[in-house]
Design a protein. Sequence first.
Length: 129
Amino acid sequence: MTSPLRITDTTFRDGHQSILATRLRTEDMVPIAPEMDKVGFHSMEVWGGATFDVCLRFLNEDPWEKLQTLRKLMPHTPLQMLLRGQNLVGYRNYPDDVGIARTMKDILTYALYPQTGLEFLKKKYAMRK
C-alpha cells in the first residue's frame, strides 16, 4: 500500500523571495488565501526566513498580525515556518549558551501557536564560520 502524496506549498514565504525581495504585502495575499486553503495542501510555509525582518523594516507590517490574518483565511491548512537554525529569524548565529532549542520550544508553545495557529516548524541549519 502506498502513502498519499503530500505537498507543502511555499508560495507565501518563498515564492516572492527572489523576484520581490520577500516584499509581497499581506493585503496582496488576502484575496487568494481562501482559494489556497481549498487546495488541500499538507501544509503551507507562510513565515520565517526573511519575512519577519522584511515585515518590520520594509513593509511596515506587524509580522504577528500577518500570521493571524493568514490563519483566519486558511483555517483548514496547517501553517509552517522556516527557522534558520541557530540564527532563528535573524541573520547571525546566537551564541551556544542562549539555549536555542528550549527558547524556540517555549516561543512556539506559549506565543506562536496560541496566537497564530502556526503548527509546523521547518529547520534550516546555518553554516558555522
